[in-house]
Ligand binder design. Sequence first.
Ligand code: NAD
Length: 254
Amino acid sequence: MSDKNKKSLAVITGGASGIGLSTVKRFLNEGYEVLILDANKEAGEVSLNNLKSDTCNVNFLHCDITNHSQIDAIFEDLHAKNCPAHVLVNCAGISPALNPLHQYSVEEWHRTIAINLHGTFYACREFLKLATALKINEGSIVNVASIMGVRASAAQAPYAASKHAVVGLTKSIAQDYATMNIRANAIGPGVIDTPMNTELMKDDNIMQYMLQRIPMKRVATSDEVANLIYFLASSEASYITGSYYPIDGGYLAS
Ligand SMILES: NC(=O)c1ccc[n+]([C@@H]2O[C@H](COP(=O)([O-])OP(=O)(O)OC[C@H]3O[C@@H](n4cnc5c(N)ncnc54)[C@H](O)[C@@H]3O)[C@@H](O)[C@H]2O)c1
């Protein structure tokens, strides 16, 4: 999909900030058209204006991925315009405050699962409906899970539950669409320097504790994560599907 389909469309949820925004920039640099879906209208519009000074291949739609009718309408519009999307990257996500399970409210549990899991499902479902309807012969989904997609640490039950489920969802999609040449992979970022971690990274004690556990003794940039996402989405990864790739400075291996 990298060279011959230079004007392929990549839909990127959570593309207004952090890993999503770096991913948007990477796909634009590779010649893709990019559609950003994000619930943060202000950040989305600021990002769009900044990006538009370099390219007109990018668009932003204000969209809450927990609202499936909003996602449906966006993909139905692409269908009506006979506009296939070849790549879907699901970056939209939240990380709730750390708490032991009994201190989480029911609302916080549902909100985490609604954004991290249900939103990812809605976007995958509509992307795959469009892909099937327009009979694309090559496509790729990259779901941004976490290292908490395969292990857990204290006080992160809803986040870990949602990210484990995203890994399972991704593996399942890979089975269902392999013969259509639509691949699905999940990635597991460790600690990444994004707005999600701004507060956490100000806390020296927490940072020291975390860095001790990361063999590379540093956090990653969002651009480093975007490199992995782009690789998995591109035809360079044409035989990779149903996999989970940590990007964690060696954390899971230690
Ligand atoms: N930063 C990390 O250390 C880290 C580690 C592991 C996994 N992740 C995952 O990476 C993804 C991106 O995180 P980030 O660090 O770039 O965070 P971020 O907060 O910078 O970006 C997340 C984006 O998702 C959007 N979003 C949130 N809820 C939404 C909704 N309901 N509908 C649409 N958009 C919504 C936000 O507006 C924001 O633009 C998340 O899924 C997160 O769980 C991050």
